[in-house]
Ligand binder design. Structure first.
Ligand SMILES: C[S@@+](CC[C@H](N)C(=O)[O-])C[C@H]1O[C@@H](n2cnc3c(N)ncnc32)[C@H](O)[C@@H]1O
Length: 387
């Protein structure tokens, strides 16, 4: 595919996404039907679509409309691209620009220029305070790729050298002693020997910092109540030797966990809700709760364009229920850790306050927040102790 043909394909995908089709489904359907597209084409189209999703409102304001084509015009103009060399109509590329389609350089409203979802603008502004503009600005760009070094198996220096031998360049990141930031050839990580041998795993830097802050010392039994793919289970297991039990309300989400654990040389027991009831209480229960994902909108930008107050309200009641259910599994003297990758106070400090008001026997030990200004995803952590 020519670069222009990739742009035209991305435009068509954006129209379907704007009509409500999930981005992954749109991209998968296109790729299945596009025999002429190679892996580089698929990656390029995907990148273009996700780049525009991150700049959904500014691209529409600059491009003068809400169609995929207008948004692409606005986005490409924002990045300094020469539009007339892309919009030529040749080689399956987009048709030449018409007179009324020229992008604007006039000032656009602040919320649009920051690509802040209008439906949650008040919540984001009040939650982020003086950091609002800087955080929203950071969320307009792609997320860096981070690796977590399995420090129980190797050192950060050795992992960096092993990756470097395969032309994957990384640098140490301050977010965590286990964090490497990939600076070259991030798409090759999956194929590298260091990855296959379990020296490194893909994990956001703030996610690693959150695990560093968990009270693991002295624990012998740890429950990851919302384990999903097990990123945090494995990070905990690498930091501290204990028995790890993984649970998820949607057990299929843990499908990859056994293979990931095997690669990392760790052992994790997977349990369903029924089996959990017969387990003795745990020294630490981690609730990495389902959330709006607003801290990770760089990585999953579709969440930004779909988010609204009704969705937030649904997530709030889900989180409150999960936290109270999980609290039943904490041993006396043990810890309950509540985490989200959300920037919104309603999902974070407000959940903590309501939990403390509703549930007896817990006191709050610490809260921590990370925002994309520090380089990784936005995260919130609260740790309670059970008396
Ligand atoms: C933020 S994700 C977890 C990510 C995971 N901890 C990691 O580090 O890769 C939240 C998880 O909560 C799970 N979940 C949703 N409802 C739940 C419930 N009622 N009880 C337990 N887990 C639930 C979801 O299936 C999802 O996997």
């Amino acid at each position: 595919m020519t670069p222009a043909a990739r742009v035209q394909t991305a435009i068509e995908c954006l129209d379907r996404i704007a009509a409500g089709d999930p981005a992954e489904r749109v991209l998968t359907r296109w790729a299945r039907g596009a025999r002429h597209a190679g892996s580089k084409d698929r990656a390029a189209v995907r990148d273009l679509v996700f780049d525009v999703l991150r700049r959904w409102w500014s691209s529409a304001a600059r491009g003068g409309g809400e169609t995929g084509r207008a948004r692409m015009i606005g986005y490409l103009h924002d990045t300094g691209a020469e539009l007339d060399s892309v919009f030529t109509g040749a080689g399956y590329g987009p048709a030449p620009l018409e007179a009324g389609e020229r992008p604007t350089d006039a000032p656009i409203p602040q919320l649009a220029s920051l690509d802040c979802p209008p439906t949650l603008a008040d919540e984001l502004q009040s939650s982020l305070g003086p950091d609002f503009a800087a955080v929203m600005q950071a969320l307009r760009d792609r997320a860096p790729v981070f690796l977590r070094v399995n420090l129980s198996r190797t050192s950060r220096d050795s992992a960096r050298a092993a990756l470097g031998a395969e032309d994957i360049e990384t640098q140490d990141d301050d977010l965590s002693p286990s964090a490497l930031r990939v600076t070259k050839n991030s798409r090759r990580v999956h194929l590298s020997k260091a990855f296959r041998d379990g020296l490194v795993d893909l994990q956001d830097g703030a996610s690693q910092a959150l695990v560093d802050a968990l009270p693991l010392d002295g624990t012998t039994r740890v429950l990851d109540y919302c384990a999903g793919g097990g990123g945090k289970t494995l990070a905990m297991a690498d930091r501290h030797r204990a028995r790890y039990v993984a649970h998820d309300g949607i057990p299929g989400r843990m499908a990859d966990l056994p293979e990931r654990a095997r690669r990392a040389g760790q052992s994790v027991d997977l349990v369903d809700g029924g089996e959990l009831l017969s387990q003795p209480p745990f020294d630490l229960v981690l609730v990495d709760a389902p959330c709006t994902g607003s801290g990770a909108w760089r990585r999953s930008p579709e969440g930004k364009i779909r988010a609204d107050r009704a969705m937030l309200d649904d997530v709030l009641s889900l989180q409150a229920g999960i936290l109270r259910d999980a609290a039943r599994h904490v041993a006396a003297g043990g810890s309950l850790a509540y985490a989200t990758c959300s920037l919104l106070d309603d999902e974070n400090n407000r959940q903590v306050d309501e939990f403390l008001a509703d549930v007896e026997g817990y006191r709050l030990n610490l809260t921590r927040t990370w925002t994309p200004i520090q380089g990784g995803d936005g995260f919130f952590l609260a740790v309670f102790t059970r008396r």
